[in-house]
Design a protein around this ligand. Structure first.
Ligand SMILES: [Fe+2]
Length: 270
């Protein structure tokens, strides 16, 4: 077995709950050791942003990391939410008011409607406080931070509302739960689709990415390998899903759903 090469990314702070890791100049990963997703800080020349913020319960530790690099919340112009899952966005309400919160249109809609099923509220047991999204993003938007130019890519699949951010000059790919190191799959949740997931991964494969900054796990300097493995696995998942649906008696499974729709329509007619 070959020995694992040492990580090229320096650890700046390490405690029981999280590590602060430098991904590139002025780019930091806050990697939580519990169920919270990774948070990222990008300090541009003209604007400073965060991409995801983790769980609300981790906020004191997030603050410790931000203060360590002399970037308290009042210096952060915008928080971008990669999608609606609470392990990524739970702490966002702490930033509300002074910092602009942005998410893809479909994620913003779910968050503003407080769609707990889509946000996985039961899974994460987060405080039930509103998160207000100020800017609704779309594919093709560009975030100009001065020395970073982050392209917003709509990459659905894990959910219907996932975005990735790509800085072409430096090859930085913030891919949240769409692409993870080693090609680990983020899973397909309620509003997601395995077919959409495959198309999103194919789009990420076409980028000249150099560093993968994903929603869970370590930083990766082999995003091209990661995406190839993820595409293979996603095709495996597609055929497993097809077999699963074949094995189920589709008619008996769909009948209760169809009946509830018929009942609902009857109420509307009344
Ligand atoms: Fe997620």
């Amino acid at each position: 077995m070959s020995e694992r090469k040492p990580s090229p990314f320096p650890i700046l702070l390490n405690n029981d709950v999280c590590s602060l890791i430098q991904a590139a100049e002025n780019v930091y990963q806050i990697r939580f050791k519990n169920r919270a997703a990774n948070a990222y800080l990008v300090r541009g020349k003209s604007r400073t942003i965060m991409i995801d913020v983790g769980l609300s319960s981790n906020f004191p530790h997030l603050l410790e990391c931000l203060n360590h690099v002399d970037c308290p919340p009042e210096k952060i112009d915008m928080v971008i939410l990669s999608h609606e899952h609470l392990d990524h966005i739970g702490a966002a309400w702490h930033f509300g008011g002074r910092t602009i919160i942005a998410a893809h249109r479909l994620a913003a809609n779910k968050i503003m409607l407080r769609d707990d099923f889509s946000m996985l509220r039961k899974m994460f047991n987060e405080p039930d406080v509103p998160i207000n999204v100020d800017i609704w993003l779309e594919e093709g938007n560009l975030l100009d931070l001065g020395n970073f130019h982050l392209n917003v890519m709509y990459t659905p699949g894990h959910t219907s509302a996932c975005i990735s951010l790509f800085d072409q000059d430096q090859g930085l790919l913030f891919a949240a739960d769409t692409l993870m190191p080693g090609g680990v799959m983020g899973g397909v949740f309620g509003s997601g689709s395995i077919s959409d997931y495959i198309q999103s991964l194919e789009r990420l494969k076409g980028l000249n990415s150099k560093i993968l900054l994903s929603g869970h796990g370590r930083l990766s300097d082999t995003p091209q390998d990661d995406v190839r493995i993820a595409i293979q696995r996603s095709h495996g998942l597609l055929s497993d899903t097809a077999q699963l649906f074949d094995a189920l008696d589709a008619r008996s499974n769909f009948e209760p759903i169809m009946q509830s729709v018929r009942d609902l329509n009857k109420l509307d007619d009344a």
